[in-house]
Design a protein around this ligand. Structure first.
Ligand code: NAP
Length: 312
């Protein structure tokens, strides 16, 4: 059976697209991916999503969006997309280890972005053994301990502030002498007595591979080139994100950072393929902008299907 619309990804972009496509009677199928609900499921309180005057927990927001899409008729399938063929229509996608095959007249790609890593061997070996990319998920394990947070953006400061609820001391390590994070977060961080900063420094290595748990960190000061070692129990990496576009590489136009290029609404370089959310946005990257572009992608996909007279 060829479907009207398949949406790949189930964060705010994918689920908003699903809500709109359902309301347009397009019977969308959402392939949820390995992290159903996307990045908001690993955050805590969301204070800036309109409509929630007291804030809402990220996982709750995503559960509510999914319930809304389901109520309107969206179908969901678990699992990751293994491959896509965008060279001809209907588009063919294979899902999960069983390579379940689905076909669609239009495709909305809303697969988001993933946390970037430092690419150190020690980081790989100690992931889950003191190295983490998610304070919300792992902060609890560092009760009364000392942790480092790498990065100088909003994510780094949010993670660091959250970690002060558990850890004895939280040190932010930034490669420059000025933070990239918004002023409000900076003010909050500088006031926090449990927080400390190390400037102009990059991580040379994470220590503890032999012990099979993080014991410290080796830093290089980029100005003085001095190498220092600091003891710690945890290292949280918060240095930005990489778009999850590996599957589409070579099939669709990407920018030099690997983000899908959208034009004229949410159209991609392949007619019938639309993109929404963080996979095509490295500037705003907010839940509300992801949801907005999800809505746009669904409307664009509906118009595409109508214009091709292939509405089921
Ligand atoms: P980001 O703004 O890109 O910041 C990444 C940080 O990591 C920068 O300080 C960068 O340093 C540093 N960095 C990058 N690569 C590095 C490396 N290899 N080694 C060491 N440091 C490295 O990413 P983000 O903080 O994840 O934020 C992404 C977007 O989401 C932003 O638009 C942000 O406003 C938004 N966001 C918003 C909220 C909120 O509204 N509450 C919360 C989280 C995120 P440089 O500064 O030197 O480039």
């Amino acid at each position: 059976m060829v479907r009207n619309i398949i949406i790949i990804g189930s964060g705010p972009a994918g689920l908003t697209a699903a809500i709109y496509a359902s309301r347009a009677n397009l019977n969308p199928l959402v392939v949820e991916g390995s992290q159903p609900g996307g990045q908001l499921t690993i955050t805590t309180q969301v204070e800036n999503y309109p409509g929630f005057p007291d804030g809402i927990m990220g996982p709750q927001l995503m559960m509510d969006m999914k319930r809304q899409a389901e109520r309107l008729g969206t179908e969901f399938v678990n699992g990751d997309v293994i491959s896509v063929n965008l060279s001809k229509r209907p588009f063919v996608i294979l899902v999960g280890e069983e390579n379940n095959r689905y076909e669609a007249r239009a495709l909305i790609i809303a697969v988001g972005a993933s946390a970037r890593l430092l690419n150190l061997e020690s980081e790989r070996r100690l992931m889950g053994k003191g190295v983490s990319v998610c304070a919300t998920c792992d902060g609890f394990f560092f009760k009364g301990q000392e942790v480092m947070v790498i990065g100088g953006g909003d994510t780094a400061l949010e993670e660091a502030i959250l970690l002060t609820k558990f850890a004895r001391k939280v040190t932010v390590i930034h490669r420059r002498d000025r933070l990239r994070a918004t002023k409000a977060l900076q003010d909050k961080a500088f006031k926090n007595e449990k927080m400390d900063f190390i400037w102009n420094s990059v991580v040379e290595d994470i220590l503890g591979v032999e012990e099979d748990k993080v014991t410290g960190i080796r830093l290089r000061n980029v100005e003085t080139l001095e190498i220092t070692e600091k003891g710690c129990d945890g290292v949280f990496i918060a240095i930005g994100h990489t778009p999850n576009t590996r599957l589409f590489n070579g099939q669709i136009e990407l920018d030099d950072k690997g983000y899908i290029i959208t034009r004229d609404g949410m159209k991609t370089s392949v007619p019938g393929v639309f993109a929404a959310g963080d996979v095509q946005d490295h500037v705003y990257r907010q839940a509300v902008t992801a949801a907005g572009t999800g809505c746009m992608a669904a409307i664009d996909a509906e118009r595409f299907i109508e214009s091709e007279s292939i509405y089921l």
